[in-house]
Design a protein around this ligand. Structure first.
Ligand code: CMP
Length: 139
């Protein structure tokens, strides 16, 4: 089915000026960018977005990193978009990522791993709504 998923290009990637190269990977795989903006999130916004990870030992590191520079937040649309985006991204830890994936080619570490993508359709709905109003998503 045609789905929408939430995607984010993280501060390590905006810093190295490789956002276009990453977006090309998404589009080349058949995903369409139906909403997009550049956001320098506050620590509070990062904490809200990643609230499900609050109890994890890396929560402070994660939220500080995500608010350390600009990110690109996006809505991607396409056939099987949630799973397809995760396939294109590769494993969370770049050391485990398959050849040809975004994280294999761009990520620096498990924390500075260049991209985020929703893990399920329900998560996607929540994450899209966190950053975008309905009128900002133009399919
Ligand atoms: P992401 O898909 O954005 O969702 C949660 C993030 O936490 C994950 O990608 C990683 O970048 C980050 N993360 C997971 N494990 C660790 C860790 N051990 N140390 C730092 N960051 C981590």
């Amino acid at each position: 089915a045609i789905e929408r998923t939430f995607s984010m290009i993280k501060p390590d990637a905006t810093k190295r000026n490789v956002t276009g190269k990453i977006i090309d990977r998404l589009e080349s795989a058949g995903l369409r960018v139906v909403a997009q903006k550049r956001v320098w999130m506050s620590l509070r916004e990062a904490e809200g977005f990643y609230a499900e990870h609050k109890a994890r030992p890396f929560f402070g590191e994660l939220t500080e990193f995500m608010s350390s520079g600009p990110t690109i937040v996006q809505v991607l649309e396409g056939e099987n978009a949630v799973a397809k985006n995760r396939e294109i991204m590769g494993a969370t830890n770049p050391a485990d990522a398959d050849e040809g994936t975004i994280r294999k080619d761009f990520a620096l570490s498990i924390g500075e791993n260049s991209v985020h993508g929703s893990d399920a359709l329900e998560t996607a709905k929540r994450e899209i709504a966190y950053w975008f109003s309905e009128t900002e998503v133009v399919g």
